[in-house]
Ligand binder design. Structure first.
Ligand SMILES: CC(C)(COP(=O)(O)OP(=O)(O)OC[C@H]1O[C@@H](n2cnc3c(N)ncnc32)[C@H](O)[C@@H]1OP(=O)(O)O)[C@@H](O)C(=O)NCCC(=O)NCCS
Length: 278
């Protein structure tokens, strides 16, 4: 069997190439992030000096995320996917995780259900064209991120996601990558943060707050561009209203969990960093 060990920054190119050559997308920026973020435990499986499997765990407080579990097709069906996943679970558990979360592909779902994961809900990804200008009458208080927004963003995010994602907010939010809808007394009613690989983690406490942020993104994209959002299926009102505002469903994927039930507000979530860290 291949040997499991932590992924190092010097493994990122080979891991990226292994995943890309098997048509699972360009993961370089995410793997480079994972090998340089203390909350992450990226792993590789190595055989004769070649990387034949990957996986990334991320500890967001008591919630641990598992993602980028990928096994070279020539090595599948021999227990390697399970072994990588288990090694990440062990590391997240010893780091204090009480709940484990992942977004499953069709390939992964069967494996994870034999490891104690159950489908909690579903992510629904929708897309819409951009706008030339803000729709008439739309709220327009969204502004670029300022460093003194961080505490309000972390507080909002803690209630929405039920996780401690301050390490992600602090790493990725800059005046160029993040927009904020301020609330009363230094609070934050909504934000979006773009990660280096794309995506847009979006948390907003109401449909109006989310719309302010999403409309601002649609203007930035322009009429030729497209904007993506990711909602949980609990947010029926948000899904219906976004479809009425021109969004069309693209794909959906199950969110699976194991461990203690978590307190969160799925209807406050409107976009993800990606499907390996939430
Ligand atoms: C999902 C994925 C990681 C699984 O990797 P894998 O190494 O094939 O996983 P395992 O071998 O541990 O388990 C897969 C199957 O092989 C079976 N298996 C495990 N050990 C075995 C062995 N020694 N002999 C025969 N079968 C075995 C498992 O029981 C499992 O069977 P099941 O699918 O009927 O449940 C792999 O298919 C993959 O990389 N897919 C593309 C990326 C992806 O979708 N990743 C998941 C993201 S959520």
């Amino acid at each position: 069997m291949p040997v499991l060990r932590p992924m190092l920054p010097s493994d990122v190119d080979a891991a990226t190439e292994m995943i890309l050559s098997n048509d699972w997308g360009v993961r370089r920026d995410f793997l480079a992030f994972a090998t340089s973020q203390p909350a992450c435990t990226p792993m590789v499986a190595e055989s004769d000096g070649a990387i034949v499997g990957t996986g990334v765990g991320t500890l967001n407080g008591a919630v641990g995320w598992i993602g980028t579990i990928f096994v070279d097709p020539g090595w599948r069906g021999q227990g390697l996917g399970r072994a990588i996943t288990q090694s990440i679970i062990d590391r997240l558990d010893s780091g204090g995780a009480r709940t484990l979360v992942l977004v499953a592909t069709a390939d992964g779902r069967r494996l994870y259900s034999t490891m104690g994961f159950e489908v909690q809900t579903r992510y629904r990804i929708l897309e819409a064209p951009g706008f030339a200008t803000l729709p008439a009458g739309a709220p327009n208080a969204v502004r670029a991120f300022r460093p003194d927004d961080v505490d309000g963003m972390v507080a909002l995010d803690r209630i929405g996601s039920g996780e401690e994602r301050g390490h992600l907010i602090r790493r990725f939010a800059t005046p160029d990558t993040a927009k904020v809808l301020p609330g009363p007394d230094g609070s934050v009613d909504g934000f979006v943060i773009r990660a280096p690989w794309g995506g847009g983690a979006t948390v907003a406490r109401s449909f109006d707050a989310a719309t302010a942020i999403i409309d601002e993104r649609r203007v930035k994209a322009g009429p030729e561009g497209r904007v993506r959002v990711g909602l949980l299926q609990e947010n029926e009102d948000g899904l219906a209203r976004l479809e009425a505002a021109g969004f069309t469903p693209q794909w959906a994927a199950p969110r699976m969990v194991r461990g203690e039930p978590m307190a969160w507000h799925p209807e406050w979530i409107w976009g993800q960093f990606n499907h390996a860290i939430g």
